[in-house]
Design a protein around this ligand. Structure first.
Ligand SMILES: NC(=O)c1ccc[n+]([C@@H]2O[C@H](COP(=O)([O-])OP(=O)(O)OC[C@H]3O[C@@H](n4cnc5c(N)ncnc54)[C@H](OP(=O)(O)O)[C@@H]3O)[C@@H](O)[C@H]2O)c1
Length: 430
């Protein structure tokens, strides 16, 4: 399977992020790619600084070897991504695959704000890279929650089925361009207002998926939409437990909960038995990366879920007696099962295509250092109350028909847990 990548050149946005870091690690250690061009605002020094927080220096050096990796200073919010015309010229003649993983992951920003970093930035990246002569495959990293509006339509039914498809809104009427214009003009759209998306971010991702179908389709290139659920610590690479804490919702929300002064969390839900019916889909970051790479090589088009699925689904009561979202989905992932069937034994042994059963104690055992990192950041920036208030109360109000409260007495972090275990020692590849 890796041989498919031989000598192919990749253009990547979001290389300093949670997914991007694990992806670059996988590419440089395992995949015979030609060259990787990483767009990073602030250029190489910024990228190395971000990687060095959670990756040991010798591995960072390996990940930035000039024969394999070129870091391009740029910004997805700028015209032409802030690239010089010389650099555009180079990229236009060599890039085969674009992977667009840069995005805001802020759930509580208003639509007018996420529209820039999610919708406009993705359109800009797609329009530019589709002009490049060799670029044949555009990969958009979206979210499984781009279809979270289906929960509000489910009338309290547990485990809402979400297919690996792009669901039309507005009864299938083709209003996508009009929606974009509305968002540009007034920071919202009638379609958005007619659907119960729990976060503006989820709608922005949904609209982006639909817009990209048009842009990439019109340019006659392949569009692959990878939809991760909630991304959590790695199960295997770069090392078990690898995680960027502020990008891992389970870690950052738990930090917010630990710091909250209230002993109760109130959560909006439609479920009649929320304690039993709610669950969380937590997918290890390396499973997201390997699904992305396998589906590029397999020629997959359209939407693919990068989720834990039934194996890794975490029921409410196992989540420290606390839940972070009063919803529950069955994200279908038959396309990855089909891709698995087509792989040979050697590929199967190497790949992390499925989550192992996730034990929450394991996640938190390996995540203590990251948890404290978030706690320190929140308290030093004094963003704590805004963060936890939004995460725990505000965001779900749009889809809440009722509320339930959870006793948080069992949620605590012992100061003794503030140990500095260096899990990066687990990297054995380099
Ligand atoms: N984390 C999750 O649980 C989760 C779940 C589902 C889907 N996703 C999706 O997965 C993708 C990757 O997320 P992630 O977890 O890796 O997020 P992340 O750790 O927050 O990384 C975001 C990346 O986007 C880059 N970026 C943001 N604004 C930029 C700009 N103006 N110009 C250039 N780069 C910019 C950041 O670069 P800087 O270093 O310069 O900030 C960073 O590399 C996103 O599309 C996200 O929506 C994430």
């Amino acid at each position: 399977m890796w041989d498919w990548y031989r000598d192919k050149n990749i253009f990547l946005t979001g290389g300093s992020g949670f997914v991007g870091t694990a992806l670059v690690y996988r590419l440089v250690t395992e995949v015979p790619v030609g060259h990787i061009y990483i767009l990073c605002r602030g250029g190489e020094s910024k990228l190395r600084k971000k990687w060095s927080e959670w990756i040991p220096d010798n591995v960072v050096n390996f990940m930035s070897q000039p024969s394999l990796v070129t870091v391009v200073d740029g910004d997805i919010l700028k015209a032409d991504l802030g690239l010089t015309s010389n650099m555009q010229h180079v990229l236009a003649s060599v890039v085969d695959i674009t992977i667009h993983a840069a995005s805001s992951i802020n759930l509580h920003s208003p639509l007018s704000k996420v529209a820039d970093t999610v919708i406009e930035a993705s359109l800009r990246t797609a329009t530019m890279t589709c002009r490049w002569s060799r670029m044949s495959c555009f990969v958009y990293v979206s979210t499984a929650y781009s279809n979270s509006h289906l929960y509000a339509l489910s009338d309290g039914q547990a485990d809402v089925e979400v297919e690996e498809t792009v669901y039309p809104l507005d009864n299938g009427q083709d209003a996508t361009e009009h929606e974009l214009e509305e968002v540009r003009q007034r920071g919202s759209s009638t379609t958005y207002e007619n659907h119960e998306f729990p976060w503006p971010y989820a709608y922005a991702k949904h609209l982006t998926e639909r817009l990209l179908q048009r842009v990439i389709g019109a340019a006659d290139r392949r569009l692959l939409v990878i939809r991760p659920s909630i991304i959590g610590p790695a199960q295997s690479f770069p090392y078990p437990g690898f995680c960027l804490p502020l990008s891992s919702p389970v870690i950052s929300v738990t930090a917010g909960v630990c710091l909250a002064t209230s002993q109760n969390v109130r959560i909006g839900t439609q479920f009649s038995e929320p304690l039993r019916q709610t669950s969380t889909d937590l997918v290890p970051v390396d499973v997201v990366v390997d699904r992305l790479l396998v589906h590029i090589a397999a020629g997959s088009e359209g939407a693919v879920h990068a989720v834990a699925g039934r194996v890794g689904k975490m029921p409410f009561l196992r989540w420290w007696n606390m839940v972070i979202i009063g919803m529950s989905f069955n994200f279908q992932d038959a396309r990855t099962e089909a891709a698995w069937d087509a792989l040979d034994q050697q590929d199967r042994e190497q790949l992390q295509l499925f989550s192992r059963t996730i034990d929450p104690d394991y996640v938190f055992e390996i995540g203590h250092r990251q948890l404290w990192y978030c706690i320190d950041k929140f308290t030093s920036k004094r963003r704590l109350h805004r963060h936890s208030a939004h995460m725990l109360y505000g965001s779900w109000s749009r889809c809440a028909l009722q509320e339930f409260s959870v006793d948080m007495n069992s949620v605590c972090v012992d100061d003794n847990d503030h140990h500095d275990t260096d899990y990066s020692q687990r990297i054995t590849k380099i």
